[in-house]
Design a protein around this ligand. Structure first.
Ligand code: FES
Length: 104
């Protein structure tokens, strides 16, 4: 079970244990840390997170890149930005340090 170390947009710390094979958005939504309004279609931006380590963030999908471009008018989009709905959790995410992005 990957363990995610979360910092909320207000600076609170939380640890989330997630199931392998589910999306990071589902794991964060299950403890009310993100909304995931579009259900994982990369079209709402309410699941935006920053990885502490850019190298751990992985590659953005094409649709995700377009959505993040649109979000950049409202919130900081960083090199380590990801839409958590586009990340399927596996062992490589164990120990990942994630910050929830502010709402757009
Ligand atoms: S849940 Fe909507 S963009 Fe991720």
């Amino acid at each position: 079970m990957p363990k995610l170390y979360i910092t909320t947009s207000t600076g609170e710390k939380q640890t989330v244990e997630a199931k392998i094979g589910c999306s990071m958005m589902e794991a964060l939504n299950s403890v009310s840390l993100v909304e995931g309004t579009c259900g994982g279609a990369a079209s709402c931006g309410t699941c935006h997170v920053y990885f502490k380590d850019s190298a751990a963030a992985g590659e953005q999908t094409e649709d995700e890149g377009y959505m993040l471009e649109g979000l950049a008018d409202f919130v900081a989009v960083k090199e380590s930005s990801r839409l958590s709905c586009q990340i399927i959790l596996s062992d490589v995410h164990d120990g990942a340090e994630i910050e929830i992005a502010p709402e757009a």
